[in-house]
Design a protein around this ligand. Structure first.
Ligand SMILES: [Zn+2]
Ligand SMILES: [Zn+2]
Length: 277
């Protein structure tokens, strides 16, 4: 890789982080006011801001991940078992993963709008819910590591949605963020179009330590992401964090897919991520 490519990537990523910080600041100070008194899904006026900022009606369409979950990856389980099949059979480099909602219906729609339709105002509420889980579960970490997106994706999207989420979360749980500690190197294929096994192969070796990897030493890392599907990405990011000396790695996502035997991730095909725009 030439120096030009390196600087190109760096400035793209840095620009996205600056943009996220500015957006979080403007929102929190009320200047941008991304959270109105309206339901985040249907837009109906409402007074309550619990349950992902949804009105009474839309609230029924979101499933808190409060039932039986895998004690490692935190995905909702159907069977009465301690761990999902993936966590029983595969090495997981994170210590524990947690998520607020089951990735279906309203949770899926919120993430889709946030990620693909520039609905940045959703970030604040997502971060509030994640912070609540962080405190409820006593997750207690010392450093946030945002799950890195590749420079190409950030450019394509126009913003780094995980940095947006991270900036709001940081403002509530009040621990430092290490941008660029773990970076995404070569651009892998879009995860959304792949099945479980493909997803796992797709992320292997894609992540590496970046310029701030020194911050990882001795840290209790909190990896922040929007959705956990197979957990393969989280595991790879955790692997890099531990390689650079992180003591513990926990993962916090807004939603996670329901685990079903025979397939370790979301439904294959692109349908899952774009149909509800
Ligand atoms: Zn609604
Ligand atoms: Zn599991």
């Amino acid at each position: 890789m030439g120096m030009g490519a390196l600087f190109g990537r760096k400035s793209n990523t840095q620009r996205a982080v600056r943009q996220a910080k500015r957006f979080a600041f403007l929102s929190s100070s009320g200047i941008a006011a991304p959270v109105s008194g309206r339901c985040l899904l249907c837009g109906k006026e409402q007074l309550s801001f619990e349950f992902a900022g949804l009105c009474d009606e839309c609230r029924g369409k979101i499933t808190p991940n409060a039932g039986k979950t895998c004690e490692k990856c935190g995905r909702p389980l159907i069977a009465e078992e301690r761990f999902c099949e993936t966590c029983r059979e595969k090495e997981r480099h994170f210590d524990r993963a947690y998520s607020c909602y089951v990735y279906e219906d309203a949770a899926k729609q919120l993430v889709t709008r946030f990620k693909y339709a520039k609905a940045l105002y959703i970030a604040r509420q997502m971060a509030y819910d994640m912070a609540e889980l962080y405190f409820t579960k006593d997750i207690s970490c010392s450093l946030i590591v945002p799950s890195p997106s590749s420079a190409e994706r950030i450019k394509e999207r126009g913003y780094d949605h995980i940095a947006m989420l991270t900036e709001f979360l940081r403002g509530i749980i009040n621990i430092p963020v290490a941008y660029g500690a773990v970076v995404k190197g070569k651009d892998n294929k879009m995860q959304a179009g792949l099945g479980g096994v493909e997803r796992e192969e797709n992320v292997l070796g894609v992540y590496s330590g970046g310029e701030n990897s020194g911050m990882l030493k001795g840290a209790h890392v909190l990896v922040v992401d929007d959705v956990l599907t197979t957990g393969a990405t989280a595991s790879e990011v955790a692997k890099v964090a531990k390689k650079f000396g992180a003591e513990k790695v926990k993962v916090l996502t807004f939603a996670s897919t329901r685990y079903s035997a025979g397939f370790s991730g979301a439904t294959p095909g692109r349908s899952g991520d774009t149909e509800e725009l």
